[in-house]
Structures are given as structure tokens and as C-alpha cells.
Design a protein around this ligand. Structure first.
Ligand code: FAD
Length: 299
């Protein structure tokens, strides 16, 4: 089923992101995780695409398994910066043949040691080029990424949203955000994007923090800000891993409850392949989500 159709239903969607095992590790090491996450009946499961296409075969394989064995819509991530048109077409052919109809169209990070201008002549210098290619081919529902705290390469938030609007106009059906810890930043972003003509549903991406190492990695990779109330929790429990994990899950659940109250069309959980922790978060919000009819004016 197309994710754009799922999002139109009355109840907010709940979806998970998983990542394939690192290259060299057997793909079946993720099967148990997928089984457990599928039991939670998500609206879709997204499967990341390793940097520079390093997991392209496993991303296709796992997405196909999610669709065919579990009968859950898979959202296959696909990056394009270092790819040729033939490579992209080859992946699209495989996804189509396996019934995967939803793609998260991404540019991908600039490889270390290069900068974005080095790729200005490439076939796909921005994700919008990939969106256009997939759209021309037809048959797929296409999602894209957005950044409540702007993309690190953007000059400013306004410029970021101008380019976001361009890629939406090239054919995106929905957006998923970079993770954030401060919901107010997300609300401000959605309102600003809406006022600048971004008219597709925006699903907030929430990552439960499960350990201290993860926090510094996230902050250095994404540049996302850490609000004082979350910083206090981290400082208080940094030497108690179990307590920090509990607090991290509770913080993610409280973010989701607030987002649902605000009226988001769905919530995308960066599960980090942790099925049990994801289950606990989903259970803690299930009653609230179940009683909710979405405010469609906030699509
Ligand atoms: P773009 O939309 O191309 O934007 C990148 C920069 O270029 C921004 O500053 C933007 O404002 C600017 N820009 C866009 N269009 C134009 C234009 N026409 N002219 C000038 N400037 C422009 N990475 C992976 O490798 N694998 C994954 O599976 C993966 N999954 C992700 C999932 C989500 C939900 C998110 C938020 C990110 C994910 N990423 C993934 C990271 C992503 O690849 C990086 O953030 C990358 O640097 C940008 O990708 P993009 O698609 O947002 O790029």
C-alpha cells in the first residue's frame, strides 16, 4: 500500500526505521528484529541505505521481506549523490519487481574529504533530481527528508525551506524530519514551511536515546539542539546506563504524546533496531493514539 494513502486515514500513523546489518554481516541477523517490530502492526517500516550505497542490496532485500513476508508497506531509502542513472534504475527495477512501492528519495551525505560543489555536475546533485527521475518513471509514492533545525549545509532556515519547497514541487508525497528533541522547534518549522507553500504531510522523526554515546554522536552528526530539560536528564543519569535508558524512552514517549496532541499526521520512530524498547514506547502511547482523530487541517 502507498504510504500517502495510509497517511490519509483518520488515525495518526506509527512507523519505524531500521538499518541493515553492516556490510560483511549476514542479513538474517535482523530477521528477529523485523518479526518483533511487525507484531506491533506499524503503518510502514523504513529501511536505511548505507552511506554511498554500501547496503544497496540488503536495503532492497530487507524492504522486500517486510513487504512480502510481513505484508507491511516498506519504505526503501535511496541516496543518489554518487550514483549513475543506470544504477538508480537498476534498484528501482528490483524494488518494483518485489512489490516495494514507497521510496525515501535522498541525496546522501557528501563523502568525507569532498564538498557539495565537487558534485555540482553530477547526475543528481540534490535529492530533487532523484525525485524528478522517480516521478517521471512513475509507479512509486515518494517521501523526502526535511530538517526542523535546517540542513547543516544550508545558509539559513529560509534558504533551507525554499529548497524544500522546490523538491516537494518536483513530486514528493510526504516528508520525514530529522530527529529533534525540542518539539517547539518542529512546530515552528511546520508552520513556516506551510506558509512557504510546503503542502505535503510532515511526519516527525523521534529517536529514543538509549545511551550516552548515542547522544554525542547524534549531536555531532545532525547538529540538533538539546533542550535544557533533556540535558538535565542526561547529566543526572549519565553514570547510570539503565536509568538513562529508561529516562530516554520516557522522554521520547512524552515527545510523541505532545506531538499527537498537537495533531501530527503520524510519528516515525528511529528504532535503532531495538525492538523491545520500541515496543515499550508504542505500548505507552497506544491508548492516546487509539482515541485520536487527526486534525486534518494540520496535514
Ligand atoms: P537535499 O534535499 O539535496 O538537501 C541537501 C542540501 O542541499 C540542503 O542544504 C538543501 O537546502 C540544499 N538543496 C536542495 N536542493 C537544492 C537546490 N536545488 N539548489 C541548491 N541547494 C539545494 N543518509 C543516508 O546515507 N542513508 C539513509 O538511509 C538516510 N536516511 C535519512 C532519513 C531521514 C528521515 C533524514 C532526515 C536523513 C537521512 N539521511 C540518510 C541523511 C541525508 O542523506 C543527509 O542529510 C544528506 O546530507 C541530505 O540529504 P537530502 O535528501 O536532505 O538532500
Amino acid at each position: 500500500m502507498l504510504i500517502s494513502e495510509k497517511i490519509k486515514t483518520n488515525q495518526p500513523t506509527v512507523s519505524f526505521e531500521i538499518f541493515p546489518p553492516k556490510p560483511g554481516y549476514p542479513v538474517d541477523t535482523i530477521y528477529d528484529t523485523i518479526d518483533s517490530l511487525s507484531d506491533l502492526n506499524p503503518d510502514f517500516i523504513s529501511v536505511t541505505y548505507g552511506a554511498g550505497g554500501s547496503t544497496k542490496d540488503t536495503t532492497v532485500e530487507i524492504s522486500s521481506l517486510v513487504e512480502q513476508k510481513h505484508n507491511i508497506p516498506a519504505l526503501a531509502h535511496l541516496t543518489c549523490l554518487t550514483s549513475t542513472r543506470d544504477e538508480i534504475d537498476g534498484i528501482l527495477d528490483k524494488l518494483e519487481a518485489n512489490g516495494v512501492r514507497n521510496i525515501l528519495a535522498l541525496r546522501g551525505d557528501v563523502p568525507q574529504g569532498s564538498c557539495a560543489v565537487d558534485f555540482s555536475d553530477s547526475m543528481y546533485s540534490h535529492s530533487g533530481d532523484l525525485v524528478q527521475h522517480i516521478k517521471e518513471r512513475g509507479g512509486f509514492c515518494i517521501g523526502g527528508a526535511c530538517y526542523p533545525e535546517k540542513h547543516k549545509e544550508s545558509k539559513n532556515a529560509w534558504d533551507d525551506i525554499v529548497h524544500l519547497r522546490e523538491k516537494v514541487d518536483q513530486g514528493l508525497d510526504f516528508l520525514i524530519t530529522q530527529l529533534f528533541f525540542d518539539n517547539e522547534l518542529f512546530y515552528g518549522f511546520v508552520e513556516k514551511a506551510g506558509s512557504m507553500g510546503v503542502d505535503v504531510p510532515i511526519l516527525p522523526g523521534i529517536m529514543p536515546v538509549m545511551n550516552l554515546k548515542q547522544v554525542s554522536k547524534i549531536v555531532s552528526l545532525t547538529g540538533c539542539s538539546v533542550p535544557k530539560k533533556f540535558l538535565r536528564i542526561i547529566e543526572k543519569y549519565e553514570h547510570n546506563p539503565e536509568a538513562l535508558k529508561e529516562a530516554g524512552m520516557a522522554y521520547a514517549a512524552s515527545q510523541i504524546i505532545d506531538l499527537l496532541a498537537w495533531g501530527v499526521p503520524g510519528v516515525h520512530i528511529y528504532s535503532m533496531n531495538k525492538a523491545e524498547e520500541t515496543r515499550r514506547i508504542v505500548n505507552s502511547i497506544s491508548t492516546i493514539r487509539g482515541t485520536q482523530n487527526r486534525d486534518c487541517s494540520k496535514l
